[in-house]
Write a protein that binds this ligand. Structure first.
Ligand code: AMP
Ligand code: MG
Length: 344
């Protein structure tokens, strides 16, 4: 999640437009995770919707505080404990984020790695101010961090207590937490009795049910501007995109994007835009990040080991490739072509 842009916390601006008691579309917006999270309930009782929005606000604030990679909170406390070699408990959410991160690290062959907080910080990406300006860190410092081989698998868990045998492990859930947050929000919305909802954060969404009988629609941005096409989902699906060009370091005309290849310690050079449609937000989010790292040659193979069948990749020249499963959801913008690749 991109906690990055706003260092101020979760200032809520939800606009619950409640008045009469007839079911109708209710929506709210939350400033959280450095982005705007929007919740749409197409068929809600206004009173229930505003109570639900109030609990969602609290939950989003809690998640933001708890999972922030550099502002004081539970994750910073946990990282400090790991660094000092201490065994410590943590929250159920962070334990689940750890489990998911381990799974995605294994399945992506280390392309997704939530334990590289030190590398992310070394590159200056623990900030709310973009672009970061100035020369990259020295190759020596990158190499020496890489030698410590940070991995989410380098932890031991016993009865909820946690210990890492690698004190260089520092968790940064920036690549997965937005997805996990969207999952938690959807769970709350369902529990509150809503049969349909859309939770969106920038271009990333999870949606279930329908939008008054119509599918949920989301535009896919072209990395070079404009809209590359649209995705329609019904049922319960997460749609996540990684690889935009908004967050990077810039030095002497060279851009170093905020997604780092954990195997080299360097930002990914050619950043395609990768969109994934999956069952849950956390895995979709992590997979999109991993597939940006995988790049043009390897994404198809890595997608398959991640269990992701619906993937769209747009390269920097605007060329689109998609899997057959993605073509069930994706319609290219007029005049745009998609090369369908991979097995049906
Ligand atoms: P996303 O926008 O979901 O692709 O996530 C990017 C964020 O995840 C970055 O801002 C970092 O905080 C973190 N990150 C960068 N590279 C990786 C990586 N290879 N694996 C996991 N997280 C990463
Ligand atoms: Mg991600």
């Amino acid at each position: 999640m991109d906690f990055a842009r706003h260092s101020f916390m979760a200032a809520l601006t939800w606009l619950a437009l409640a008045a009469c008691s007839e079911p109708r579309t209710e929506s709210a917006q939350f400033h959280v995770f450095g982005t705007m999270v929007e919740v749409i309930l197409p068929d809600a009782d206004p009173g229930q919707a505003s109570a639900l929005f109030a609990s969602l606000q609290q939950e989003f604030q809690r998640m933001h505080r708890e999972w922030h990679a550099w502002e004081p909170g539970e994750l910073v406390r946990l990282n400090t404990a790991i660094q000092s070699g201490a065994t410590t408990g943590t929250t159920p959410d962070i334990l689940e984020l750890l489990n998911l991160s381990q799974e995605m690290e294994l399945r992506s062959g280390g392309r997704f790695n939530a334990a590289i907080g030190k590398l992310v910080a070394l590159w200056g990406f623990h900030t709310s101010e973009y672009p970061v300006v100035g020369p990259p860190p020295s190759a020596e410092r990158i190499a020496s961090l890489l030698e410590t081989a940070p991995s989410a698998l380098a932890i031991e868990l016993e009865e909820g207590a946690l210990f890492s045998f690698n004190p260089e492990v520092q968790f940064d859930f920036g690549g997965i937490a937005k997805g996990f947050a969207v999952d938690l929000a959807c769970r709350m919305i369902r529990r509150a009795g809503q049969a349909s909802a859309m939770v969106g954060a920038g271009g990333d969404i999870r949606a279930f049910g329908s939008n008054h009988g119509a599918p949920w629609r989301i535009g896919v941005r072209d990395p070079s501007g404009g809209i590359a096409g649209g995705i329609e989902v019904t049922d319960d699906r997460a749609v996540f995109t990684s690889g935009n060009y908004e967050r990077f370091r810039e030095d002497a005309g060279v851009r170093y994007p905020h997604i780092i290849d954990p195997r080299s310690g360097w930002p990914v050079a050619a950043v395609p835009s990768v969109t994934v449609v999956a069952q849950d937000g956390a895995r979709a989010d992590a997979a999109a990040t991993a597939l940006v790292v995988a790049g043009p040659e390897e994404w198809l193979q890595v997608a398959s080991s991640l269990g992701m069948d619906a993937v769209l990749v747009i390269d920097e020249a605007g060329r689109m490739q998609a899997t057959p499963a993605m073509m069930k959801y994706f319609t290219p913008a007029e005049g745009r072509e998609v090369e369908v690749v991979g097995r049906r």
